[in-house]
Design a protein around this ligand. Structure first.
Ligand SMILES: Nc1ncnc2c1ncn2[C@@H]1O[C@H](COP(=O)(O)OP(=O)(O)OP(=O)(O)O)[C@@H](O)[C@H]1O
Ligand code: SF4
Ligand SMILES: [Mg+2]
Length: 356
């Protein structure tokens, strides 16, 4: 059974040269009274239809700002955006607000980190989802209602027809997440961005919501960006991963590269901080010491240099003077670090893997 009765659009103009989503040298800088906040600073990645990309990184690393930029949500704000965002052959950074608005819902949908910010408190959940459907489909109110109830059922809202008229505050946290997923998916977006879709939900509901995203993505052959703190979720759900730190990509690759052959010291830190069931409680979490950098005063050299335990392995103090480029270390695997690949692999083998 399809998600709605509207037919899925064919895979449009994607070719190997032109993936469905291409983000190139994206910068999102906010002008504030304290200075320029460089929330995203030179981000490049590609995504094909049918792929799920995980974006991971600590709080404040620029994950949400990146997704909001793709959705065109920084237009008319204090943000200065440069670089390119190509979605299905259309460039979005230079597009007008109206053009991007047209694409939201039909071409791209987003599950927001905070469901209450996406659902208007004064309108019923059903009316809001129906409205989103009608903006992009020429259907009667009755038909939109029927499609909405179908979608609410799909996302696992019990008694969907009865709950259609409820207001957001009448839904529990898990139900609001589901309603937001319904709203994001009702127009069958070819690109779905899910920003921490399971934060603050209990484990069972988390698993159900992730399953739902996966099955809907398979059915629609959508491209999905899944933003999460949870590396376990990435391992189970994603094809590729992008690790962000201080507004930059520090490592990206296929999921197996990131879990079995990670090469960036920050990624090592993230993996070590992952909870493990086979360790006793005291030794389960090894947080990365120190704080992320200020995005107003990003350190000279490597963005991770204030916390990196390996900076003394690089000759001439380059970690503090020269910004490392993001370079290929293997096919589809890129790393930003001055330590040569061979040496990083040796460190991984002898010093990191035994501690994971
Ligand atoms: N409108 C804004 N003006 C100024 N700074 C902003 C603005 N929006 C976001 N930022 C800053 O940009 C940085 C990146 O924020 P972002 O929300 O993308 O982080 P995140 O990686 O999604 O973190 P989390 O995991 O906590 O959700 C933060 O330092 C944030 O304070
Ligand atoms: S470039 Fe230097 S500071 Fe940055 S991750 Fe590599 S070793 Fe650490
Ligand atoms: Mg966020």
């Amino acid at each position: 059974m399809s998600i709605t009765s509207v037919s899925t659009s064919p895979v449009a103009s994607e070719t190997d040269d032109q993936p469905f989503l291409r983000v190139k040298d994206l910068r999102v800088h906010f002008k504030t009274d304290d200075g320029i906040v460089k929330s995203v600073d030179g981000l490049t990645f590609d995504l094909k239809r049918g792929e799920i990309l995980g974006i991971v990184g600590e709080s404040g690393s620029g994950k949400s700002v990146t997704s909001q930029a793709i959705m065109g949500l920084h237009k008319n704000s204090n943000a200065r955006i440069t670089g390119e965002i190509w979605l299905d052959g259309k460039e979005l950074v230079g597009a007008s607000e109206e053009e991007v608005r047209q694409m939201r819902g039909s071409e791209m949908g987003m599950i927001f980190q905070d469901p209450l910010s996406a659902l208007h408190p004064f309108y019923t959940v059903g009316a809001q989802i129906s409205e989103a459907f009608m903006v992009h489909n020429k259907v009667s109110k009755k038909e939109a209602r029927a499609q909405t109830v179908e979608m609410l059922k799909k996302v696992g809202i019990p008694n969907a027809a009865d709950r259609y008229g409820d207001y957001p505050h009448q839904f529990s946290g898990g139900m609001r997440q589901r309603a937001m997923i319904a709203m994001a998916l009702i127009c069958q977006p070819k690109l779905l961005i899910a920003d921490e879709p399971t934060t603050a939900l209990d484990v069972t509901v988390q698993a159900q919501i992730l399953e739902l995203i996966k099955s809907l993505h398979e059915e629609l052959n959508s491209a999905v960006i899944l933003i999460t703190h949870d590396l376990g979720v990435v391992a189970e759900t994603c094809d590729k991963v992008l690790v962000m730190y201080g507004g930059q990509c520090v490592e990206k690759g296929l999921v197996d590269d990131l879990f079995y052959a990670p090469e960036m010291p920050y990624t090592w830190g993230l993996l070590r901080s992952m909870p493990r069931m086979d360790r006793d409680r005291q030794s389960r979490l090894l947080p990365i010491p120190g704080q992320p950098p200020s995005l107003i005063n990003i350190p000279k050299g490597c963005v991770f240099n204030t916390r990196c335990p390996f900076s003394d392995r690089v000759e001439g103090g380059q970690c503090f003077t020269k910004h490392p480029e993001l370079l290929d270390t293997a096919p589809n695997h890129e790393v930003r670090c001055h330590i040569p690949s061979e040496e990083r692999r040796e460190i991984l083998r002898t010093e990191i893997l035994p501690t994971l």
